[in-house]
Design a protein around this ligand. Structure first.
Ligand code: ZN
Length: 247
């Protein structure tokens, strides 16, 4: 008889609670939370079960996760979970995600994910890039994604976090490296980015106000430096007179 090391290793038909059960449990938990005055903010994907996210930010977040071999095999179950309306609450603050995820048991599980802050080197790279291109800065402020910054975000070791920078935990008894509840929350973060790309900066520990101020400062400094160069290039008066042959 086959032996399974872990609940998560069980074949799909044993381990997967039905969508109907998950939805019923989720409804009950939401009702209970409402009665006890808890402010839950459920995650409702705008996409479909294949493409959970609809915006550039959300989709880029998902593709970043899916490209890591450590995650790839485990993320699929997360898609099913999030599509079944199991993320009852998901809150993002500086570098931290806290969520309540409904499972087959009546009490929802607590998931927490910590993401390392952006390194100083990467922070400087994005600030410098934004300073060079003032339009990019405007686009970011307006919540649009600037094309000119895509490479910076998307390249390997870019601004999206890699597995070594993401630390996850779940209160479920099936907890492994990534259980289905955590996998669902990973997609849930993408859904939140669909609504508000600035969450990305919170997740990476970047204070947007000081980031924008720094980028603008750099821009002003660079404009002043250029103005200085122009001044140095101004032809001295005596040379102008000799140039035009005027004495
Ligand atoms: Zn779990």
């Amino acid at each position: 008889m086959a032996r399974y090391r872990h609940y998560d290793d069980f074949p799909t038909h044993f381990s997967q609670p039905s969508v109907q059960l998950l939805r019923q449990n989720a409804e009950k938990s939401m009702e209970k939370a409402g009665k006890s005055g808890k402010l839950y903010d459920p995650v409702i994907p705008k996409g479909n079960s294949r493409n959970i996210c609809v915006s550039w930010w959300g989709q880029a977040w998902c593709s970043n996760m899916e490209r890591y071999a450590d995650y790839a095999s485990r993320l699929g179950r997360g898609k099913r979970y999030i599509s079944s309306g199991t993320i009852l609450d998901l809150k993002i603050s500086q570098g931290t995600v806290n969520a309540k995820v409904q499972g087959s048991r009546s009490t929802p599980y607590s998931v927490s994910i910590q993401i390392d802050p952006l390194s100083e080197k990467k922070r400087k790279a994005i600030t410098a890039q934004c300073s060079r291109e003032i339009r990019s800065l405007e686009d970011l402020i307006c919540g649009r994604f600037p094309d000119s910054l895509k490479n910076l975000f998307l390249e390997r070791n870019g601004l999206f976090p890699g597995p070594g920078e993401i630390h996850m935990n779940c209160s479920c008894p099936d907890w492994a490296v990534m259980c289905k509840h955590v996998a669902a929350v990973m997609y849930g973060i993408g859904v939140r980015l669909d609504d508000n790309p600035f969450y990305f900066f919170s997740l990476r520990g970047v204070d947007v106000d000081s980031f924008v101020a720094q980028a603008l400062d750099n821009r002003v400094e660079s404009m002043l430096a250029n103005a200085g160069n122009v001044t140095e290039r101004v032809i001295p008066e005596d040379q102008i007179t000799s140039l035009f042959g005027v004495l």
